[in-house]
Design a protein. Structure first.
Length: 343
């Protein structure tokens, strides 16, 4: 598995990572019985490392701490082989897990005292003495402008408790001013964004700034909430507890029309559509890593193998960009808003 560095931090990780939210947050797999089995989830994380994935991204709010403790349980004995990326900022302890809803954000807190306590809690749950990449979770503009918070992050990095730090913007797509300000104003090593074949903005702007500032980018939702895995049909239905159930039907209908126009990326069977979606992101050197949603071993094997498929050609990149710029020849529907989810 190829590895890339987060900016100039010296922290390297596999270009394909494992988003631990799938094995620790119930609102992502309401109808998937396997992912409700802890033994299954532990084995999936272990198989991920054995397959070459070294980057594991989580957050203290995932499963109210479970997203971190499950990493310790699965891979704590192999700590030096992995890169742990985790996030902080939500006041998740105030809401019991059984009362949590995936589409509702918890209050954010980036006061230095809260941040310091969040670090100590994360280190304990992870069973480690350092975090490789620690990110402000879905920080807003007022948080990005806090000098006291970033002074503490710099101090923790100097102490070695945090090897690199950054900002995750979201939860929904967008947040261009926040992401740009974080890279231009603060000495961050990584910015986590939403970026994929179907959702290129504001990712294009982020890539420009990241190149100028020497910041690594991490892309989540590379398959556009599953659309780019090539398995949806017009009759696809989502469980009521699934975050995609909150989207309008036009999202599915237009998405399928767009996917049909991307069939050329399969190169006659040399790539699957899901693999092409990953290769598209990795075609940009500023993208340190991509975080596909991993639910089972077969799917994971497909995503890991993506790095061995043909890299994107300049012609393919130009054609994809032209399709995106024209909205794939489809009318723009302003009702296709993004669903805000705490990720």
């Amino acid at each position: 598995m190829q590895q890339r560095e987060f900016g100039q931090s010296g922290v390297k990780a596999s270009v394909v990572g494992f988003g631990v939210w799938t094995v620790s947050t119930p609102w992502w797999h309401a109808s998937n019985e396997k992912l409700k089995d802890k033994a299954y989830n532990l084995a999936l994380l272990q198989k991920a490392l054995d397959s070459g994935i070294t980057l594991f991204d989580t957050a203290d709010t995932y499963g109210n701490g479970l997203g971190e403790t499950i990493l310790k349980d699965a891979l704590g004995h192999r700590r030096d082989e992995i890169c742990i990326s985790t996030k902080f900022g939500y006041e998740w302890k105030a809401t019991p897990i059984e009362e949590r809803k995936g589409q509702v954000e918890q209050p954010l807190n980036f006061n230095p005292d809260f941040v310091q306590a969040a670090l100590e809690g994360a280190l304990e749950r992870l069973g480690t003495d350092r975090i490789d990449l620690w990110m402000m979770h879905n920080a807003k503009m007022s948080h990005i402008e806090r000098e006291d918070t970033f002074a503490l992050l710099a101090k923790l990095k100097q102490q070695g408790k945090v090897r690199a730090y950054g900002v995750s913007v979201g939860p929904a797509i967008g947040w261009e001013p926040e992401g740009v300000k974080a890279m231009e104003k603060q000495a961050i090593d990584c910015l986590m964004i939403i970026y994929n074949l179907l959702e290129q903005n504001p990712g294009r702007r982020f890539i420009e700034v990241a190149k100028q500032r020497g910041v690594g980018l991490m892309a989540r939702i590379p398959h556009s909430s599953g659309m780019l895995e090539g398995k949806y049909t017009k009759d696809t239905k989502f469980d009521a507890g699934d975050h995609r159930a909150h989207r309008k039907q036009v999202w599915l209908e237009q998405g399928l029309q767009k996917v049909e126009q991307l069939e050329f990326l399969k190169l006659g069977g040399k790539r699957t559509l899901a693999q092409a979606a990953i290769q598209y992101i990795l075609a940009h050197p500023e993208l340190t890593a991509v975080l596909p949603n991993i639910y089972d071993e077969t799917q994971m094997a497909e995503f890991v193998a993506a790095v061995d498929t043909p890299a994107f050609s300049a012609e393919e990149l130009a054609k994809v960009d032209a399709l995106f710029d024209s909205n794939f020849g489809l009318p723009i529907d302003n009702s296709m808003e993004k669903v805000a989810v705490t990720r």
